[in-house]
Design a protein around this ligand. Structure first.
Ligand SMILES: Cc1ncc(COP(=O)(O)O)c(C=O)c1O
Length: 475
């Protein structure tokens, strides 16, 4: 007897609907500039237009797509609009979307090498490629850069937040292998991303175990203040163990002086992690490799291709100079995961390199991006964003109603109207309400400051020009 017909989507229907969805997305990309960048909906608007309960009976795919157009799209803030200048970008690109589709389609769960060898081996290869692409220290390569059996290596994490958490956990393991966390102290700057505080909390340390070190007038960590804080803690019998430096702070892309911070860390035996979430991608351009200064002296490093390397969220590259503390912190081996390849020590099992057990085949999208653009294409687009940012800085400086509020090393301009906080708030609100662009703000020197980041995949000169014209017209 044959099975009764089920409810699954047949391969034929998948093919037809798949083409339709790709067509829909291609049209979306063609039209995205026409949508208001910041979604205008009010809280609850999206939900109110959808049924409260799930359907009992199968619904036609056409109805789902109609709701996507009618209800979902108006509730989307268009991160893929070239007029998106807010926060830091969340890049996407054709090859990356297709890579993610292939990953979903293959549906691989690559927790162990044995559960899908290609998932692990491609990830190791692509992360080695990224070391070369960005000019990172050879010690981050899985083979140590000499084809051998390197101590370091890279792994794809879902986010910079998770990568930094793993760094804290590895550092904690190295500093307190017996699990006694009493007196452990971590350090970062007052400008560091909030994820550092969250990660220290998740690692089981009290809020008081994180010191936020003061910054200089470029908003970069002051290494002498770090040294003083570490020395004071040691003198008081506490146990400094971890420093997170930031290359490209979220507020203003300030760059902490990693070599001077490494001096302090080496002197006191502290784990040094560098969070270069957005700025790290700049290193694809040789003349911007100042973002790599000092990385040959750090224990761990992360950056997000999902911010500025044309790769869809989620994709963070996390590197360690020596994998043993990371694996020591995160490896738990139950009987049901034992297998010959792991036992032989011949393979990498990435489940030991991050918090979850399961993992998607994320290397595919980064592999497709790198192969599609080549180093040349990636360099071209990142370099172009930085050139456009410099042009914008020139326009702002030439207008005496505005001032640039922080150094601009890369693709983020922090600036403000000289008329004070209310004037800046009015400009921000008017620009965002116009739908023509999306900007966000920060506070620097306790003054409301506008932030404009040029990093969306398809942003061109005309978008930056139009954005500035609109801002200047509201001044
Ligand atoms: C410096 C820095 N670190 C960490 C993060 C968090 O990134 P993710 O969303 O990948 O956790 C950000 C986000 O903007 C950031 O700017």
């Amino acid at each position: 007897m044959s099975e009764p017909p089920g409810f699954h989507m047949s391969p034929d229907e998948f093919r037809r609907r798949g083409y339709e969805v790709v067509d829909w997305l291609a049209r979306y990309y063609e039209e995205v500039e026409r949508y208001p960048v910041l979604s205008p909906v009010a809280p609850g608007d999206v939900r109110a237009q959808l049924p409260d309960s799930p359907p009992e009976h199968p619904e036609p795919f056409d109805d789902v797509m109609a709701d996507l157009e009618r209800v979902i799209l108006p509730g989307v803030t268009h991160w893929q609009s070239p007029n998106f200048f807010a926060y830091f970008p969340a890049n996407s690109s054709g090859p990356s979307v297709l890579g993610d589709l292939l990953s979903s389609g293959l549906g691989v769960q690559g927790m162990l090498w044995a559960t899908s060898p290609a998932c692990t081996e491609l990830e190791t290869l692509v992360l080695d490629w990224v070391v070369d692409l960005l000019g990172l220290p050879a010690g981050f390569r899985s083979d140590g850069g000499d084809g051998g059996d390197g101590a370091g290596g890279g792994v794809i994490q879902d986010s910079a937040s998770s990568a930094t958490l793993c760094a804290v956990l590895a550092a904690r393991h190295r500093a307190a292998p017996d699990g006694d966390l009493g007196g452990l102290v971590a350090y970062t700057s007052t400008q560091a991303h909030s994820s550092v505080e969250k990660d220290v909390r998740i690692a089981g340390l009290p809020a008081s175990a994180l010191r936020t070190v003061e910054v200089d007038d470029t908003f970069a960590m002051r290494p002498e203040a770090l040294a003083a804080a570490v020395e004071a803690d040691r003198a008081a019998g506490r146990r400094p163990f971890f420093v997170c430096a930031t290359v490209g702070t979220t507020s203003s892309t300030a760059i902490d002086p990693v070599p001077a911070i490494a001096d302090v860390c080496e002197r006191h035996g502290l784990w040094l992690h560098v969070d270069a979430a957005m700025a790290g991608s700049a290193a694809v351009v040789p003349e911007l490799r100042f973002v790599n200064d000092g990385l040959d002296r750090v224990d761990s490093y992360c950056f997000d291709p999902h911010k500025w390397l044309f790769t869809n969220f989620d994709c963070d590259c996390f590197y360690v100079a020596d994998r043993s503390a990371l694996i020591g912190a995160l490896s738990v081996l139950p009987e049901y995961l034992r297998n010959a390849a792991s036992e032989a020590g011949a393979v990498v099992d990435y489940r030991d390199w991050h918090v979850p057990l399961g993992r998607r085949f994320r290397a595919l999208k980064l592999w497709l991006v790198i192969r599609h653009y080549g180093a040349e294409g990636l360099r071209h687009h990142v370099r172009r964003h930085v050139e456009l940012t410099r042009e914008l800085v020139g326009w702002i400086e030439a207008d005496d109603r505005f001032e640039v509020a922080a150094p601009v090393p890369l693709n983020l301009v922090c600036f403000r109207h000289v008329g004070g906080d209310d004037a800046n708030q009015r400009i921000l609100d008017a620009c965002n309400a116009s739908g023509a662009l999306h900007l966000t703000h920060t506070r620097l020197d306790d003054r409301l400051t506008l932030r404009l980041c040029v990093g969306q995949t398809h942003t061109e000169r005309r978008h930056v020009e139009a954005a500035w014209a609109r801002i200047a017209a509201r001044a």
